[in-house]
Design a protein around this ligand. Structure first.
Ligand SMILES: Cc1cc2nc3c(=O)[nH]c(=O)nc-3n(C[C@H](O)[C@H](O)[C@H](O)COP(=O)(O)O)c2cc1C
Length: 203
């Protein structure tokens, strides 16, 4: 029986995506915690989420029926890790679309650890973008301490680990522990205060 469930959302749809590789690494780190944490893995590549359209607001539409089981899975999570590659200085549109689809309280007032991934020296733009937009109406709650994994193809592939791998892993573990404890702590606060009927959208 788990105490808390963390959803890992991987924002790349590429076949051999580095974001996915990092997602698997994060999954392994969470498994290594001596805590009762369950993980659900949301790979946008495997999920094939359609582009948002007005069917989302129509009951029994194809889009609504597609989304229902995804929505239930997200609702059962207490916190999230969001892994976002930098694509042309942006968060991929698939990830923004996914965040747009979450209009049923799936992510609301739940903490999320944001991790940007770049094969070069980028990664700052998607952090800035996601911190500025993409959370207003779904009420996802970004943790203050994000991470940027640059030159990602060289990370976490050596055995023994490089000094940089060790430093980054320690910091990832620090962020994940913070996320897990915050996810637990926020649940009673949501139950006590959250009112999405009254305040469905952010300002
Ligand atoms: C369409 C596209 C645009 C990209 N643009 C950037 C960029 O602006 N800055 C950057 O650092 N990396 C860029 N990259 C490289 C990604 O950082 C690289 O693919 C990395 O592995 C993370 O993406 P992935 O999870 O899809 O593999 C781009 C990749 C793609 C597919």
């Amino acid at each position: 029986m788990s105490d808390v469930k963390i959803g890992i959302i991987v924002g790349s749809i590429r076949g051999k995506s580095q974001s996915d590789r990092i997602g698997q690494y994060i999954n392994m780190l969470i498994d290594n915690f001596d805590l009762k944490v369950e993980v659900d893995y949301f790979s946008l590549r495997d999920m094939n989420v359609p582009l948002w359209n007005e069917e989302k607001w129509e009951s029994d539409s194809d889009l609504k029926n597609f989304w229902k089981p995804v929505s239930e899975r997200l609702k059962s999570c207490h916190g999230f890790v969001v892994i976002c590659p930098e694509w042309s200085g942006m968060a991929p549109p698939h990830l923004k679309n996914f965040l747009l689809m979450c209009d049923g309280g799936e992510l609301a007032h739940k903490p999320a650890q944001l991790i940007a991934v770049s094969s070069g020296t980028g990664g700052a733009y998607p952090i800035a973008e996601l911190r500025m937009s993409g959370y207003k109406n779904n009420f996802l709650w970004w943790m203050p301490d994000h991470m940027i994994l640059r030159q990602v193809e060289e990370l976490f592939i050596s055995s023994p680990q490089t000094a940089l791998d060790t430093r980054l892993t320690a910091r990832l573990n620090y962020g994940l522990e913070f996320l897990i404890e915050t996810a637990k702590a926020m649940q009673p606060v949501r139950e006590k205060v959250q009112n999405l009927m009254l305040y469905k959208n952010g300002m």
